[in-house]
Design a protein around this ligand. Structure first.
Ligand SMILES: *Cc1c(COP(=O)(O)O)cnc(C)c1O
Length: 424
């Protein structure tokens, strides 16, 4: 196949010449390709679409804002849409998060969180630089975000430039105490850490690895006791994905820093926010200009994106979004239960609107050969699926119906059969 497009795609090996369908429109849980075929968006277009594609209220807010105020420098200027988003976020976020810093993506929300944590200690005159991370985590693809994520094939070329972190083992079932003991030891070490960054309850890119709220609560308690800042990366878990608005709610914890992106606008346009406590904000407030928070990007708090976020926040206030997530969760459970009868499938798991199961393969891991095969076959059958190595997961928009979920599982079951028999 000769490539006709000059585009260099993300997370794509161009040498394999995999098909790149052109999507020309979307509505609800469905995508329409240039050739007219339709695809069910089983992964919410990479975990961003919450309610559904082209959600009418959000789409209308974007259209209206685009002809009123498109863009304005956000250093020294503000606008009503940003004021409204910030206040609404503080109102719904865990207690104590009183300041909102806008950026554009999950990676930048994480970078901002890390910089705020380091700035906090710097401005207090304490030399704390060490960041603690959870094994198998993912926080984005910029250098700082990669540094706090799992090391591997994804970042090997950049490894010499990534900063050093200390890793807490993933709290696998039965080994939770090992993780907590390690975290305790790292917090108590002479080189007191600056912060611990975690994906609450689910490690997404790490393979939809789920751990219980009581472990999250215990990790938070250890950090609080040692004065180590707790950064919750809810870029994926936020906005109902785990069955509550934020995953932290299930553990009853309030982090010091909270990173939001993806579903903040319902997924229609990019916007991110990092929420901070008064204490972290106050450590930067001074009459000394050298202590300000030195971070921005051109489109910080873009008014059109903020208008989308306000429309999303109104939906959350006025509609039973969590009821939809619960219904979706029940449909995922039924589908997973049916699939789990296949001996080649292991470890069915579900939290909120995320369901996952692992296919037994010889080459388990992100580069498992089974992932691109499944992806291509699912595409032929009308499903947008993107397995994480040998982990097959669904994270559909909340509008996806029971019948659509059931049909997706039927299709997946049929796709897996030849692979499971080794004939794939
Ligand atoms: C997707 C993701 C990010 C990165 O977000 P981008 O918007 O892709 O930069 C960070 N953290 C988590 C937990 C994510 O799932």
């Amino acid at each position: 196949m000769t490539e006709v497009s000059p585009i260099w795609y993300p997370f794509t090996q161009h040498g394999l010449n995999e098909a790149v369908p052109r999507i020309v429109s979307a509505s609800g849980a469905w995508l329409t390709c240039a050739d007219g075929t339709r695809l069910l968006d089983c992964i919410a277009s990479w975990w961003v679409i919450t309610h559904g594609h082209c959600e009418p209220r959000i789409a209308a807010a974007v259209a209206a804002q685009a002809s009123v105020l498109d863009q304005i420098i956000f250093a020294g200027y503000s606008h009503p849409q940003a004021d409204a988003v910030a206040q609404a976020l503080v109102d719904i976020a865990p207690e104590g998060l009183s300041r909102v810093f806008f950026s554009d993506s999950g990676s930048t929300a994480v970078e901002v969180g890390l910089k705020m944590a380091l700035g906090y200690w710097h401005n207090r005159g304490e030399a704390r630089h060490r960041i603690l991370v959870l094994e198998h985590s993912y926080h984005g693809d910029t250098i700082g975000a990669m540094s706090v994520g799992e090391r591997g094939v994804f970042n090997a070329p950049y490894a010499p430039l990534l900063f050093d972190v200390a890793t807490v083992p993933f709290p696998a079932a039965g080994a939770e105490q090992v993780s907590l003991d390690r975290l305790e030891a790292l917090c108590a070490a002479p080189e007191t850490p600056a912060a611990f960054i975690v994906e609450p309850l689910v490690l997404g890119s790490g393979g939809m690895l789920i751990y219980p709220p009581h472990v999250l609560r215990a990790m938070h308690e250890i950090c609080a006791r040692h004065g180590v800042l707790f950064i919750a990366d809810e870029v994926m878990t936020g906005w109902g994905r785990t069955g509550t608005l934020f995953a932290c709610e299930q553990a009853g914890i309030a982090p010091d820093l909270l990173c939001l992106a993806k579903g903040l606008t319902g997924g229609l346009v990019p916007l991110a926010a990092t929420l901070a406590t008064t204490e972290i904000f106050e450590a930067h407030r001074s009459t000394d200009r050298a202590r300000m928070f030195f971070h921005s990007s051109s489109f910080t708090a873009n008014p059109i994106c903020c208008a989308a976020a306000n429309a999303n926040l109104a939906i959350w206030r006025e509609e039973d979004v969590l009821g939809r997530v619960a219904a979706l969760g029940a449909a995922l459970d039924r589908g997973l239960a049916a699939l789990a009868t296949d001996p080649a499938l292991r470890n069915p798991r579900r939290i909120g609107g995320i369901g996952a199961i692992d296919l037994e393969v010889k080459d388990a891991g992100y580069l498992s050969d089974v992932a691109p095969i499944l992806r291509a076959r699912a595409l032929e059958k009308g499903l947008l699926l993107r397995p994480l190595g040998n982990t097959i997961y669904l994270m559909p928009p909340y509008c996806t119906t029971d019948d659509e979920v059931a049909a997706a599982f039927d299709t997946i079951g049929a796709l897996i059969e030849p692979l499971a028999r080794g004939a794939g």
